[in-house]
Design a protein around this ligand. Structure first.
Ligand SMILES: [Zn+2]
Length: 214
């Protein structure tokens, strides 16, 4: 193997600010690729498709995005997710000069725009009275309310309530699940296209506690 061929297999081109995005193995899996194939792109949290098979990747453990979001919704979200993924990939290689920057966008998406609150009725599973008593802790636990939920309401409606909050800033993607990272990429895509419009909608949806943070 030539030194050049070897170099293309490393993450040398990834800028220091983005190295935390590189996973030690595949983040998601292609249902059609042999399990022993490890593609370099699979280490990044914003690669949601297998180029070889033109297939949507699944979470490790076999959960698919279609379990949360219907195919018709996903098809529309893909446009934003692909725009977001493209910006994220450029940013990781130090080639993104856009303003606001990718890290500013992820900071904004993960800002708490409202006071934390327990699951609303619409977010709760249907429970019997006895089950409600047994699950009192879960039903009264405050959940962080982040700008991501306003910018990607499809995620707000689909994500399991306890798994809705993501980590802050860049860590949101570095450590997020497949569903969370897909929503974040959609958010980056939407914010890149219309930062002012989406920022305004988050401000409108914020409360007294979240407004200064936005
Ligand atoms: Zn594949």
């Amino acid at each position: 193997m030539t030194a050049e061929a070897l170099r293309t297999m490393t993450f040398e081109e990834i800028a220091p600010h983005a190295r935390l995005m590189v996973a030690p193995g595949c983040r998601y899996v292609c249902p059609r690729c042999p399990p022993d194939i490890h593609r370099k792109g699979a280490a990044f949290p914003w690669n949601f498709w297998c180029r070889e098979h033109d297939a949507r990747l699944e979470a490790r453990g076999g959960r698919r995005l279609e379990e949360w979001l219907p195919e018709t919704v996903l098809t529309l979200l893909d446009f934003n997710a692909r725009d977001g993924a493209m910006r994220l990939a450029d940013w990781a290689r130090g080639r993104d000069g856009g303003a606001p920057s990718v890290s500013e966008l992820l900071d904004f998406l993960t800002t708490r725009h409202r006071r934390s609150s327990p699951p609303a009725l619409a977010e709760q599973p249907v429970l019997s009275l006895a089950a409600r008593r047994a699950n009192h802790d879960f039903l009264t636990r405050p959940i962080a309310r982040q700008a991501l939920l306003v910018i990607v309401p499809e995620y707000d409606r689909a994500a399991p309530v306890l798994a809705k909050p993501v980590r802050a800033g860049l860590f949101s993607m570095a450590q997020g699940s497949l569903l969370q990272n897909y929503a974040l990429a959609v958010g980056v895509g939407r914010l890149s296209a219309d930062p002012v419009g989406y920022a305004a909608s988050v401000l409108l949806a914020s409360d007294g506690e979240g407004e200064p943070l936005c």
